[in-house]
Design a protein. Structure first.
Length: 94
C-alpha cells in the first residue's frame, strides 16, 4: 500500500513538473506571466526531477541556464541515491 502511494505521488509530481515546463515555455513565447524558476526547481526537489528534465529537453526550455542544466540532473542523482539508501535500510530492518 505504501509503495503504491509513493509511486502514485511520483507519477503525479513528475507529470506536474513536465506540464509546468511546457506551460512556462508557451508563456515565454507569448510574453505572458511566467512560472518562477524557484517554483520549477521546487517541484523538481519534491520528487519531480525526472519530469522536469524531460520537460526541459522536450520543450527546449531553460536548457541554457546552468542551474537547470546542471541542477536538475544533480537533484535526480541525489534523489536516486536517497531512494536506494531508504530501500536498503528498509530491507535491513524488516
Amino acid at each position: 500500500m505504501i509503495v503504491k502511494n509513493i509511486v502514485m505521488y511520483l507519477i503525479a509530481v513528475n507529470l506536474l513538473a513536465f506540464l509546468c515546463f511546457g506551460i512556462d515555455k508557451q508563456k515565454a513565447k507569448l510574453h505572458q506571466w511566467r512560472i518562477s524558476e524557484k517554483t520549477l526547481l521546487g517541484i523538481a526537489v519534491c520528487g519531480g526531477s525526472l519530469g522536469a528534465i524531460c520537460g526541459m529537453r522536450i520543450f527546449r526550455h531553460k536548457t541554457q541556464h546552468r542551474k537547470f542544466a546542471v541542477g536538475l540532473p544533480a537533484i535526480l542523482l541525489i534523489q536516486a541515491i536517497a531512494a536506494i539508501v531508504a530501500y536498503t535500510v528498509c530491507l535491513l530492518y524488516t
